[in-house]
Design a protein around this ligand. Structure first.
Ligand SMILES: [Zn+2]
Length: 464
């Protein structure tokens, strides 16, 4: 086996790891680089291998930092099969269409601006359009969790539940000829998260490629999550304020809706309207409903067994139309608004932030990871003003950071997971900034069997 790292090496976006087994190549994820990093366009349009020479793509889950470049990869010549779980296949469809539309409208906006000032700069081209997304989706083959699928030669793939978002998986790649097993965590979830099943433990493997997003942090317990949310909402409403929850459309949005539903049923939050302001979230929520096979026992018993929809209740409204979103923006009364993007970089959440931030009665409740350089990161770091839509905005609202919400395993959970895999000889750390992955590497070297631990670097190649 030969590994070649490119994206998500010492950073958290652009996940892309190539595995070569004899004459065959398998790309684990094909994620987009995101945020405000340098040379981002070049990073997203340059590959260290020709897409047409890659034989198969194995997708761990639907998040754009893992899937967002697939249509571009196909446009550039990749024509192999793409394997993913059934739920990932459904989710990635709507996510990629959304990504194409965002790119198209961003390009249009920027090009108009260049036209207006008479610039001779080259006009911006989206990486792909919705037709490219259709071509990519035609290559997908859905697999069930736990199904050991023969890909080619003596190579098998199995997707196991990673407990991170709906459809998320750990990818087990086996080379029967060489008797070697590689496990890729994708993004590893946590035990006890709402809705989802816990990550499935792999018992035996030789090589592990593991994420390290929170390699140097221990989260608050999942149990604290409900009490924390109830407290923030109750206090904000009592003060006459609004609660804005920036959330990724997929995963985090459904988790928070589920939790608010539960708190509402138990009478632990006041009767305020809840708005989910994101067409993508609304579409994604429908896909969640289509995949009850992914739900944990608690969700099943509390809702599905009683034929109740976990994502619908009397005071929740899903907003798709722009006019309704604008109307919501002008609303004075207390309410809860869930909107994307999760890191406050684009989308409708920015319009809400402009209204919410200058008022000290309001609360912005962050429940997700905020990458370096994003507006979300500035808010949680306590900046007193942030740039939104080209203007600096005063931050008067309370910023409440919920640590218990993470859908990523923390340091202890990552160590426990790797430590329970027997026979592990080599570990590669990906998907983590240096201050997270370095301390984790130190700890992992002390695991039973003293595996070799390497922090993957961009373009690093290694025989395993
Ligand atoms: Zn993810």
């Amino acid at each position: 086996m030969h590994l070649q790292f490119y994206g998500a090496a010492q950073t958290v976006t652009g996940s892309k790891h190539l595995v070569r087994i004899r004459d065959h190549s398998f790309l684990l994820d094909c994620g987009m680089f995101q945020g405000r990093m340098e040379n981002i366009k070049e990073k997203n349009t340059t590959f260290p291998y020709e897409p047409k020479e890659v034989d198969y793509l194995l997708l761990s889950h639907a998040h754009i930092d893992h899937s967002g470049l697939i249509p571009y990869f196909v446009k550039r010549g990749f024509a192999g099969k793409i394997f993913a779980t059934h739920a990932t296949k459904d989710l990635v469809g709507i996510l990629l269409v959304d990504s194409a539309k965002i790119q198209e409208s961003d390009a249009e906006f920027m090009n108009k601006k260049l036209d207006r000032i008479g610039s001779t700069e080259p006009r911006i081209e989206p990486l792909y359009d919705t037709d490219d997304v259709d071509s990519a989706l035609a290559l997908f083959q859905g697999l069930a969790y736990g199904e050991r699928h023969h890909i080619v030669d003596d190579v098998y793939v199995t997707f196991l539940d990673a407990g991170h978002i709906l459809g998320s998986s750990l990818i087990v790649l086996e080379d029967e000829k060489e008797q070697k097993t590689l496990v890729f965590t994708g993004d590893l979830g946590r035990k006890g998260l709402p809705i989802l099943k816990d990550p499935v433990q792999v018992d035996k493997a030789d090589i592990l490629i593991t994420e390290s997003t929170y390699g140097n942090r221990v989260h608050d317990t999942v149990e604290n999550m409900e009490a924390d949310v109830a407290k923030v909402v109750t206090e904000a409403v009592a003060a006459g304020g609004k609660v804005l929850i920036p959330a990724f459309s997929i995963g985090r949005t459904q988790e928070i809706i589920y939790l608010l539903h539960k708190l509402w049923n138990e009478g632990k939050i006041p009767a305020v309207p809840i708005f989910v302001d994101s067409p993508l979230s609304s579409n994604a929520t429908e896909i969640f409903i289509r995949h009850p096979e992914c739900y944990d026992k608690e969700t099943f018993e509390a809702f599905l067994l009683q034929e109740k929809n976990p994502f619908h209740f009397s005071n929740i409204t899903y907003i798709r139309e722009v006019e309704d979103s604008i109307a919501l923006n002008d609303r004075k009364e207390p309410c809860i608004i869930i909107s994307s993007s999760g890191m406050c970089e684009n989308g409708r959440v920015l319009h809400h932030l402009k209204k919410i931030l200058p008022n000290h009665r309001n609360v912005v409740m962050t429940i997700g990871y905020m990458a370096e350089g994003t507006v979300g990161r500035r808010l949680i770091e306590g900046d007193k003003e942030v740039m939104i839509h080209g203007k600096m905005r005063q931050v008067q609202a309370k910023i409440m950071k919920m640590n218990s919400f993470s859908a990523h395993a923390d340091k202890d959970e990552l160590l426990a997971y790797a430590g329970s895999i027997h026979g592990l000889k080599q570990i590669f750390l990906v998907h983590g900034e240096a201050e997270q992955s370095k301390p984790l590497a130190e700890e992992m070297r002390k695991l039973p069997g003293s595996p070799t631990v390497t922090i993957a670097e961009p373009l690093m190649e290694v025989d395993v």
